[in-house]
Design a protein around this ligand. Structure first.
Ligand SMILES: *Cc1c(COP(=O)(O)O)cnc(C)c1O
Length: 220
């Protein structure tokens, strides 16, 4: 077994059964994803539309691709036909443009997305505030979109208390939205995507149902 497969197998063994591993293959070559594929893992994520298109064309069709990067509206048409989940919807404008583009680029199907929330104390990270996300998800009506849950990134810090505090704030919002949604929407609102290579054990303790792991899988 190659080292990428070993990493995937080791990390999967650490995850509770209800938690989905997303292997973040961004910046890594197609060959690295081919190696990872041998482990049986089928869910990968990219952060650039061009790279997503190239990899999806070159790799087996049973891979589920997630998109996790900042998406410019003029690139929506590249991502919609490929991505099974767009995790990084970070503005109302993007949400509305995806909703409008869906019938053309991905007909007869609702687009699964996550709302990216700003939970880090750092200034630079994009996304909705927790309050904006609550309003949007409980009140908004987008006929071509299914909002499946929330995505967030914690601060880049070694202070585990801060990281846990940030993840807990997202989990609290997730629970609050779940309680506020009508039953038929709550059914699909099932994904809390938080935790990366450096902080996923904390995210698991805070209730993540999906972790996005790149360097711990693909770098030696
Ligand atoms: C790059 C990236 C990851 C993976 O980060 P690692 O530290 O390599 O595990 C997860 N989520 C998002 C949104 C990313 O951009």
């Amino acid at each position: 077994m190659n080292s990428i497969c070993r990493n995937i197998t080791r990390i999967k063994a650490e995850l509770p059964k209800n938690v989905t591993l997303v292997a973040v293959s961004k910046y890594h070559p197609i060959e690295a994803v081919s190696e990872a594929y041998k482990s049986g893992h089928r869910i990968y994520a990219e952060s650039r539309p061009q790279e997503l298109v190239l990899k999806a064309a070159a790799l087996p069709k049973d891979i589920q691709w997630h998109f996790i990067g900042h998406l410019q509206t003029n690139k929506i048409k590249m991502v919609l036909p490929i991505a099974s989940l767009i995790q990084s919807v970070d503005s109302l404008h993007l949400l509305e443009e995806i909703n409008a583009a869906a019938p053309k680029y991905c007909p007869n199907k609702k687009i699964d997305i996550l709302i990216e929330c700003h939970i880090a104390h750092e200034e630079s990270k994009q996304g909705f505030s927790l309050e904006e996300a609550f309003e949007l998800i409980t009140k908004g009506k987008y006929e071509n979109i299914r909002i499946r849950g929330l995505m967030g990134m914690a601060s880049l810090t070694s202070d585990k208390t801060i990281i846990a505090e940030e993840f807990n704030s997202l989990k609290a919002l997730f629970d609050r939205i779940t309680a506020a949604l009508p039953a038929e929407n709550a059914e699909h609102f099932d994904t809390l995507s938080m935790g990366m290579s450096g902080d996923y054990p904390i995210a698991l303790e805070c209730g993540a149902t999906m972790v996005r792991i790149g360097s711990a899988i693909f770098s030696e």
